[in-house]
Every structure is written in structure tokens, then in C-alpha cells.
Design a protein around this ligand. Structure first.
Ligand SMILES: C[S@@+](CC[C@H](N)C(=O)[O-])C[C@H]1O[C@@H](n2cnc3c(N)ncnc32)[C@H](O)[C@@H]1O
Length: 392
């Protein structure tokens, strides 16, 4: 069993409640890659137990401050707690989809599990969850109130490189269906768990899509960075009369149109494969106007150093988006870069409003759906901002 001792600085940091211990904050000890280890302060007092990484700058992710070593019952309880929370959100449903386990925010560092019907897609991003994968999967199957037909390990995220881990895609159980379709209220959509982004879908925007749809009833929507189109399709289902979706991904566009067909709104939804930066400029210059414009780009800043460059991107994109909102309409603008904090993002939107010469009121600044919890002591888990701006 491994153990580490914190430096004085490390001890002060941990007292703040943040569960990550950086390598610089450790004064001694040893452990194997991915091992569960005991953490002590400089006086030999118990700090808790954590998961060790031999490669990352984050050397330990604390899982408990208790003195007792976490055992099977401990991990089962963590998984049960995560499942119970999704159940009480109304998200647990063998025909629906949700994020069942959100890594550190659920206090199971390094493990994401998304559920699409009875298919579970997991992503392991640290050495410890690679090591514990089969054990955690066994507990997951024990804890779920329904049977999983398929379990896919899609541990192919680029963040694995920080842990010196290779990409891995493996069907652990069952056989992937040719087409995987899930239901969310009155909407059905297809998910490509094998090749799609993340685990196949952007589950975090679920509630923001509903809100945008409510605000667009009877109107028109431009859905920029649409992926497989669920902002647009939700809006069409709620009565939008025309929806234009833009994304650079052709497979997402094909899925989008199949999703539109499936929901009976294909006559009101179009998809254009395009580079949104250029396309928004062209459409603005052509004088296009919409009741709602959605701008949901990929993360522009993957670290603090990239924030300045990201500012230029967000300002320009939102300037173009705001320029196309009809008077009385909405810009729904998202940023999934944790490094762009809420206050920064609102400032960027302010610059966009000034440059577009459009007044805008910030009516709501929303986050991710509740199955992507934002743990208060871990600001990094609060990554998604989705601003609803009214153009009066
Ligand atoms: C955060 S996701 C959008 C999620 C989507 N709005 C939803 O609700 O599911 C970002 C999308 O931007 C697309 N993308 C990235 N760069 C792009 C670009 N320059 N032009 C068009 N699409 C782009 C990606 O293919 C991806 O689908």
C-alpha cells in the first residue's frame, strides 16, 4: 500500500477542500501508478485516501478524508449515491440518456459513465480508473436498477496523455446495436457511441435546449455549432417554424437529418456543413435575421494561456451572432472552456454587444444539466456557461 506526505503548503491547500494534490505539494512517500494510497500531513496526521498518478501534475486525487481505507462497500456506496441522484433528477430511465457518473464531481475521480438506454459508455482518464475499471464496472452493474445490454469503454480522450495512457476503445459487454436511439421526453435521437464526440453526445446542454426552444416558439432559429442538431430539433418540436443548423461535421449532419425525420420536423430543419466562423460572417453580410441564434462552439481555451486568444474568438463569434438576432429575439451563447470563467465570458459578451452595436440584456446565465454536477470545492467541475441574451 502506497502513502505520501504533504508539504506544509500542500496541507494548507487540502484544508481548503480542493480534492487535487499537486506533485509540488508532496514532500515524500511512494506508490505504484494508479494505486489507492494513504495521505498524511507533515506531522503524520491522517489527511485521507486518494488515487495516485505517477505521471500527471495532479499526483493524488483525494476520495475521502476518513482514516479507514476505502473498500468495496465504499465504492459501491459512491456509485449508488450517483445513481440515486440521477434518479431523483428524473433522468434515470432505460430508454433515456444521462451522465450517470461525472468523475471528481461524483467523487469517483477519472471515471465518466454515460447511459444511453441500456448501453453504458465509460471513459477512464486516469491511471487509477484504468486499474480499477473492471471492479467499478462490476459495482455499476450491481447498483443499477436495470440490466445493461452493452458496456463500451471509450477511453480515447486526449487528456489521457497527461497520465501516459494510450487511447482505448473496447466493447466490454454485449454487442453494439446498428442504430442506438434514445428518448428524452417527446424527442427521440440517435447516438453514435463509437465515433461521436465525447461518449457520443453532448448531454450537458439538455436543459438549455429546452429553454431555448421555449423562447423560440413560432419563430426561427439559427443553430450554429449544432453537432447532431438537438437545439434545433427541440425548437422545431416546440413549434419553431424554421431552423437552420450549421456544423463542420458531415456525420453529425447526417445524424441530424435522420433525427429531424424521426421527430417529424424534417420539413422545418436544414443542415449546412460549414465553418461557422466564416458562415456566420457570410450570413450576417447577407442580412439574415432569426428570432433565436444559438452559438455553442468547442472549447476555445484548453488552458489559462489560451484565454487571450479565446477572447478574440468568443467576441467575434458573438458579435456576428448578435448581429443576426431580430429585435425582441435571443442570443443563446455557450462556452465550455473551464478556463474562461463566468465573469470573463460575460465581459466577452459585453464586448460583442458593443461591437455589434446591439443592446443586449443578460436574462439567464445557466450551466450544465444537473447530471453534470458542479462540486463547490472543485471549480474545475463548473465548466459550462450558457448565456441567454435578449435583444430588446
Ligand atoms: C460543443 S459542440 C456543440 C454541441 C451542440 N450544440 C449540441 O447541443 O449537441 C461543438 C461543435 O462545434 C463543431 N465545430 C468545431 N469547430 C467548428 C467550426 N469551425 N465550424 C463549424 N463547426 C465546428 C464540432 O463539430 C461540434 O459539433
Amino acid at each position: 500500500m502506497g502513502n505520501v506526505t504533504l508539504s506544509g503548503k500542500g496541507r494548507r491547500w487540502v484544508l481548503n477542500g480542493h480534492p487535487w494534490i499537486y506533485r509540488d505539494d508532496i514532500s515524500g512517500g511512494e506508490a505504484e501508478p494508479g494505486e489507492l494510497l494513504h495521505v498524511e500531513d507533515p506531522n503524520g496526521n491522517n489527511v485521507g485516501w486518494g488515487l495516485f498518478s505517477a505521471s500527471s501534475k495532479i499526483a493524488v486525487r483525494l476520495v475521502t478524508s476518513d482514516k479507514e481505507q476505502p473498500n468495496r462497500a465504499f465504492w459501491l456506496d459512491r456509485i449508488q449515491r450517483a445513481i440515486k441522484a440521477r434518479e431523483s433528477m428524473g433522468y434515470l430511465n432505460p430508454e433515456g440518456a444521462c451522465r450517470l457518473i461525472a468523475a471528481d464531481a461524483d467523487r469517483i475521480p477519472g471515471l465518466i459513465v454515460d447511459l444511453y438506454g441500456t448501453t453504458a459508455v465509460l471513459q477512464s482518464s486516469i491511471q487509477a480508473t484504468d486499474r480499477m475499471r473492471d471492479f467499478l464496472v462490476e459495482l455499476l452493474e450491481e447498483a443499477l436498477p436495470f440490466k445493461l445490454d452493452v458496456i463500451l469503454d471509450r477511453s480515447d480522450s486526449s487528456i489521457r496523455r497527461f497520465e501516459d495512457l494510450d487511447s482505448r476503445v473496447e466493447v466490454i459487454k454485449g454487442e453494439l446495436p446498428e442504430s442506438l436511439v434514445v428518448r428524452e421526453d417527446d424527442m427521440e435521437y440517435e447516438v453514435d457511441v463509437l465515433h461521436g464526440h465525447k461518449t457520443g453526445h453532448y448531454l450537458d446542454q439538455r436543459e438549455n435546449r429546452k429553454r431555448a426552444a421555449q423562447l423560440t416558439q413560432g419563430g426561427t432559429m439559427l443553430d450554429a455549432f449544432s453537432y447532431d442538431g438537438l437545439f434545433g430539433i427541440r425548437a422545431a418540436l416546440a413549434g419553431a417554424k424554421e431552423v437552420v443548423c450549421l456544423d463542420q461535421s458531415a456525420p453529425a449532419g447526417d445524424r441530424l437529418m435522420r433525427n429531424a425525420e424521426r421527430n417529424g420536423v424534417a420539413d422545418r430543419v436544414t443542415f449546412h456543413k460549414a465553418n461557422c466562423m466564416q458562415e456566420l460572417r457570410n450570413r450576417l453580410e447577407a442580412g439574415e435575421q432569426y428570432d433565436t441564434v444559438v452559438v455553442d462552439p468547442p472549447a476555445f481555451a484548453r488552458n489559462r494561456r489560451e484565454v487571450d486568444g479565446a477572447e478574440r474568438g468568443y467576441v467575434e463569434l458573438n458579435r456576428r451572432g448578435l448581429g443576426m438576432v431580430k429585435q425582441g429575439g435571443f442570443l443563446v451563447s455557450a462556452s465550455c472552456s473551464y478556463n474562461v470563467r463566468s465573469a470573463d465570458f460575460v465581459r466577452f459578451l459585453g464586448s460583442a454587444s458593443r461591437l455589434a452595436q446591439r443592446d443586449a440584456w443578460i436574462e439567464e446565465l445557466r450551466g450544465a444539466a444537473p447530471d453534470h454536477p458542479a462540486l463547490l470545492v472543485l471549480p474545475e467541475s463548473n465548466y459550462l456557461k450558457c448565456a441567454f441574451l435578449r435583444v430588446p
